[in-house]
Design a protein around this ligand. Structure first.
Ligand SMILES: [Zn+2]
Length: 477
């Protein structure tokens, strides 16, 4: 009887060990499967969303015939109209789609500024608080990386920055809150993953560096280099220039000094910068950085806005990247056809394109983008410029498609230095570049920790629970 009991126990023990190992193997395999890799493939594929420029207008009721930004009468709609900033219904539909599309299987969401339309400080706080609450509601299990846009502090009021810091403190570790509360920039170091560096590029429209961002950035990049790490740079306003169109002059985005300094920073650190990501332009485009010998060394992607103010369709995107090196593998661009959405009274967000297949590329490097830009400039030889223009305003058909505009786009994409940009534009436009006045900014304090990948965390927790269960079972024998 006793020996039978012993052999039953042995069998039970053996079964538990087999089950535990099988469970461990399956969950590890599942982790790889979720990431799109095989068990033997050590690449760690991850994703992050990038959404930007809501310009949320809380005073805008799309069912009425006017909006705050557009002066002429507009149609009564459900989600808002071209030429207007974003309604609450539009913003809400975007976040709801992101959540249902990918659930927890992303590392983080980049929310890169201009969350509110340009109104009073009270409306700004209200719109930021409502947007923050929406992110908390739809992305409660992982974290959001907020970036300051130039409309997020229209009055430069330190009290308002205290509000912003309080709103976002749940997503940021204490070290990040310290620099954010004093200058609107921060970094988040992640073990064996690219460091997240969030810049306040709004300062760079002026010649000043009032809160020591450049010095701080130099130190952050130096630390990353010493640790043999890599970095993602996120900001609201990109360096370089906005291409001229029929209606608008070419525009510079940063002051000459800050623009030149930014380009130097990239040249000195291109080997550790895995990618740069911006908003602000309300357009789908990219920028290429070259070293002084003309070799392409880095790139920046610009995500289109949620706001349809520039007669664009609303859009956002999902990046696919190597979790370890930060190499960007591809991205999926999503958009909402506003006309159809309003006709159907239904926001059907859909995939617009995937970068690699759309542009017939094999990978994403500065070289690849340089070659792509070269073919865009030959509009009459290559259909790629039509592709580019088609998605530039997220399929709203707002752009005209002349050879001239293809050249202007080429100049903005490849010439980030002012002299080169002027030279590229040619004599007729070179002296027409409009430069902005500075946006002064000030800020305050608070704290909390950083959370890691949700899938990793979930599987790790499950494994701990099962290991604990096995341990308790054997201890009781
Ligand atoms: Zn902006």
């Amino acid at each position: 009887m006793l020996s039978k009991l012993c052999s039953e126990r042995k069998f039970l023990r053996f079964s538990f060990i087999v089950i535990f190992h099988a469970f461990y193997f399956i969950t590890s395999w599942f982790r790889c499967f979720v990431d799109g890799a095989t068990v033997l493939d050590v690449k760690r594929v991850s994703y992050f969303w990038h959404i930007t420029d809501f310009h949320l207008d809380l005073t805008y009721d799309p069912t009425e015939t006017h909006c705050h930004y557009k002066y002429e009468d507009k149609s009564k709609t459900t989600f808002g109209d071209y030429g207007c900033d974003a309604s609450w219904t539009l913003v809400e539909s975007a976040l709801r789609f992101m959540r249902t599309k990918r659930g927890d299987n992303v590392e983080y969401v980049i929310w890169s500024g201009d969350s509110i339309a340009n109104f009073s400080a009270i409306k700004t706080v209200e719109a930021l608080a409502k947007s923050t609450a929406l992110f908390k509601q739809y992305f409660s299990t992982f974290f959001v990386i907020p970036v300051l846009g130039h409309t997020d502090n229209p009055t430069s009021d330190p009290i308002m920055y205290k509000h912003i810091t309080d709103l976002w403190k749940l997503w940021l570790p204490s070290e990040a809150l310290e620099t954010f509360s004093s200058g609107g920039y921060y970094s988040i170091e992640q073990k064996n993953r690219p460091t997240i560096v969030v810049l306040n590029t709004n300062y760079m429209a002026s010649d000043k560096d009032p809160f020591g961002q450049w010095k701080w950035l130099e130190k952050v990049l130096q630390d990353i280099r010493q640790k043999r790490g890599t970095a993602f740079l996120f900001g609201h306003m990109p360096p370089g220039f906005v291409e001229p169109s029929r209606e608008f002059m070419p525009k510079c985005l940063m002051s000459d000094d800050n623009n030149a300094r930014y380009l130097r920073m990239v040249e000195n650190n291109a080997d550790i910068i895995s990618g740069q990501f911006f908003g602000h332009l309300h357009a789908d485009t990219f920028r290429i950085f070259y070293n002084t010998s003309g070799k392409p060394i880095s790139y920046a992607f610009v995500t289109p806005s949620i706001s349809p103010r520039d007669y664009n369709n609303p859009g956002f995107r999902l990046y696919k990247f190597d979790d370890n090196s930060g190499k960007i593998y591809d991205y999926e661009q999503f958009y909402l056809d506003l006309r159809t959405a309003n006709t159907k009274k239904l926001a059907e967000w859909t995939k617009e394109y995937e970068f690699l297949s759309y542009y017939k590329q094999k990978s994403i490097t500065a070289y690849d983008l340089h070659n792509l830009a070269e073919s865009l400039s030959r509009a009459n030889e290559s259909p790629l410029f039509e592709h580019y223009l088609d998605v530039y305003s997220a399929k709203s058909n707002k752009q005209d498609c002349t050879v001239n505009t293809s050249w202007y786009h080429y100049c903005a994409i490849t010439k980030l230095d002012k002299k080169n940009f002027q030279h590229c534009l040619g004599d007729s436009r070179r002296n027409q570049i409009e430069c902005p006045q500075s946006h002064a900014i000030v800020i305050p304090q608070p704290s909390r920790g950083f959370q890691s990948s949700s899938v990793d965390q979930l599987i790790f927790n499950m494994q701990i629970v099962v290991a604990g269960f096995v341990f308790v079972f054997f201890s009781s024998q």
